[in-house]
Ligand binder design. Structure first.
Ligand SMILES: [Zn+2]
Length: 94
């Protein structure tokens, strides 16, 4: 238990653009806002989107926005920051 977990969090901010985001859970302190999720790309800068899916048993799948081709990774890039998509949120990859 860290000190942060004991504190009341009144606001939460997107780690990319710093705008306020709705607090989904204290488990996700680095929750990325919808605007930034929509700006996600692969390493080459091609836009990808993620959606919840049970297909891989992991609850998350991605595909390319331009042609719907499967994106077989949950790693994406938003404004130069590496993120990992999970079933419930998009967060930093540590
Ligand atoms: Zn944002």
């Amino acid at each position: 238990m860290t000190k942060e977990n004991d504190e009341m969090i009144e606001g939460q901010f997107c780690p990319v653009c710093k705008q306020a985001v709705e607090v989904v859970s204290l488990r996700y302190p680095d929750y990325v806002c919808n605007d930034c999720v929509l700006a996600a790309t692969d390493k080459q800068g091609r836009e990808v989107i993620f959606y919840n899916s049970d297909v891989f048993g992991h609850g998350c799948a991605g595909k390319y926005r331009d042609n719907g081709e499967d994106y077989l990774s949950n790693i994406c890039y938003i404004r130069g920051i590496v993120f990992e998509a999970n079933e419930a949120y998009m967060g930093f990859r540590y």
